[in-house]
Design a protein around this ligand. Structure first.
Ligand SMILES: NC(=O)c1ccc[n+]([C@@H]2O[C@H](COP(=O)([O-])OP(=O)(O)OC[C@H]3O[C@@H](n4cnc5c(N)ncnc54)[C@H](OP(=O)(O)O)[C@@H]3O)[C@@H](O)[C@H]2O)c1
Length: 217
């Protein structure tokens, strides 16, 4: 499996390190400025990761665009044809500019929007509730951070969970993409709680009462 993470921002950096360390396969890190990203990769000790342009990163089977939500939609429209039949992992939360609300209306989600722009790709929603600092230490008081995984194509959800399972997170099958209407909105509440309790940007989910991460069908 070839996986690419696009973008050198907070989430891009956090994800590429985890993917390189734990997921089997070739890892590409896409950047607008590959020379700068190469230096960043060297500093992070990412020897096995190939730093490439955003364009070259599209050759992967699984693509994680770690861009702001609006930029992901623009990217999807431009590359619709090239990313046909690929797995696109949507990590975005459609917060407005001052983080006081959302750019989506009630009853909408970024993940569903992305899937509707990419009808021939398989969109997976994941890592939306995991703030970037958590990737440095996803185990808190002996419990792994949960990652809610959603998708409208059952086989792809299970494939994603299997491939990402070695990461030190607990991946929970969270149903269809429509559940991101809740998942994405919950992230803003997490942010408020993290600020209130002084842990920002270290906050994520840990659900109580679930033993098995993947339901047996
Ligand atoms: N921060 C978190 O803790 C967190 C948690 C969960 C989910 N998320 C989601 O993860 C995504 C990335 O968040 P982040 O915090 O990593 O953001 P960030 O640090 O601002 O990084 C975003 C990256 O996207 C790239 N980019 C490409 N096109 C862009 C455009 N048109 N406008 C702005 N940037 C563009 C930028 O790199 P270039 O300019 O070099 O291309 C930039 O490095 C967002 O969708 C966010 O909702 C974030």
């Amino acid at each position: 499996m070839k996986i690419s993470v696009l973008g050198p921002g907070n989430m891009g950096k956090a994800l590429v390190q985890q993917v390189a360390a734990y997921v089997k396969g070739q890892v590409l890190w896409g950047s607008r400025n590959p020379r700068e990203a190469e230096e960043l990769a060297r500093n992070l000790g990412l020897d096995g990761v190939s730093v490439v342009s955003y364009e070259d990163a599209l050759q992967a089977d699984v693509i994680i665009p770690a861009f702001p939500a609006a930029a992901i939609m623009e990217w999807a429209l431009v590359h619709q044809e090239q990313i046909k039949h690929k797995i696109i992992v949507d990590i975005s939360n459609p917060f407005n500019e001052d983080f006081s609300g959302f750019t989506t209306a009630w009853g909408e989600s970024s993940a569903e929007r992305l899937q509707s722009l990419l009808p021939e790709s398989n969109v997976i929603g994941a890592f939306k509730n995991t703030f970037f600092k958590v990737f440095e230490n996803p185990v808190f008081e002996d419990r792994k951070s949960d990652v809610l995984v959603t998708g409208d194509h059952e086989e792809t959800v299970l494939r994603f969970i299997e491939a990402f399972d070695p990461l030190p997170f607990r991946f929970i099958h969270a149903g269809k993409l429509a559940n991101n209407r809740t998942i994405e909105r919950f992230t803003l509440l997490e942010l408020e709680l993290a600020v209130r309790y002084g842990t920002y940007p270290y906050i994520s989910l840990q659900l109580f009462g679930i033993k098995e991460a993947v339901p047996v069908s």
